[in-house]
Design a protein around this ligand. Structure first.
Ligand code: DGL
Length: 274
């Protein structure tokens, strides 16, 4: 029987965006196996209610448990904002989200105390980044801006298109006028817009990618819990597995455009059965 530390990490998102988190886990803790689930049938989560996102997240976790994962990463800002705290109480394996790690880095990075957060309607209106940042330092000011057009633009592959530049300029104008010096890319898709965002905000604004910090925290958590995978390559089953609830081929193509290796298989499951 497989030892627990050799079991995979379950990583889930509403769709393809969480691959930016999976990519950082692959880079930072390459020994770990991953079972990724993208809820491509029910994306977007960012415009859904808390109850719906909680129900979806519980179903996905039930599926991931069938894959015998040793820990779970909620690689979706919206699900981290709406569902993580509830789900954590129901689980007997470690689970982390992307919001707290992103908030911590931003609180450390700011020099003038003004932090901008961009994300889905759900993430921004939940106020969760603001809450976590103020737990670090109550004096910090947090300014949120929902950017609902970014997700479809990224999915369309328009990462540097003039339309995207115009949309991003409009979304960011207000935050820039308020003098932010740190900007959290609080949605899994946004790191893919990094260079467009960088051109708009300039070199003086620190861009925070919560995915990077999440991967680092996951590494620390596995160490603390004695769950690190000691195998570096030859004793694993399939290292990275990808499951979706719809459009497996479209997902595979997107994954191939952002991951540093070829994804040759993506399996579709009926998530409503879980
Ligand atoms: N993955 C979502 C997030 O990080 C963005 C896409 C969606 O709205 O489902 O908030």
């Amino acid at each position: 029987m497989e030892k627990k530390c050799e079991a995979p990490i379950g990583v889930f998102d509403s769709g393809v965006g969480g691959l930016t988190v999976a990519r950082e886990i692959m880079r930072n803790i390459p020994n770990e196996r991953i079972v990724y689930f993208g809820d491509t049938a029910r994306v977007p989560y960012g415009s859904k209610s808390k109850n719906t996102v909680l129900r979806y997240s519980r179903q996905i976790i039930r599926f991931l448990r069938t894959q015998e994962v040793k820990a779970i990463v909620v690689a979706c800002n919206t699900a981290s904002a709406y569902a993580l705290e509830e789900i954590r109480k129901e689980l007997d394996i470690p689970i982390i989200g992307v919001v707290r790690p992103g908030a911590r880095v931003a609180a450390e990075a700011t020099r003038n105390g003004r932090i901008g957060v961009i994300g889905t309607e759900a993430t921004v209106s939940s106020g969760i980044y603001s809450q976590f940042i103020r737990e670090q330092n109550p004096k910090l000011q947090v300014l949120g801006k929902a950017c609902p057009l970014f997700v479809p633009l990224v999915e369309e592959g328009w990462l540097k298109d003039p339309v995207t530049v115009e949309v991003a300029s409009r979304y960011l104008r207000e935050l820039m006028e308020q003098g932010i010096d740190t900007l959290i890319m609080g949605c899994t898709h946004y790191p893919l817009l990094r260079s467009t965002l960088r051109d708009i905000v300039g070199e003086d604004v620190t861009l925070v990618n919560p995915a990077y910090e999440t991967a680092r925290e996951l590494g620390e958590l596995l160490k603390r819990e004695h769950l690190e995978n000691p195998c570096s390559g030859d004793c694993e089953a399939e290292r990275y597995q990808f499951f979706v609830s719809d459009l497996a081929e479209k997902f595979r193509q997107f994954a191939n455009s952002i991951l540093p290796f070829d994804v040759n298989r993506t399996r579709q499951i009926n998530i409503e059965e879980y």
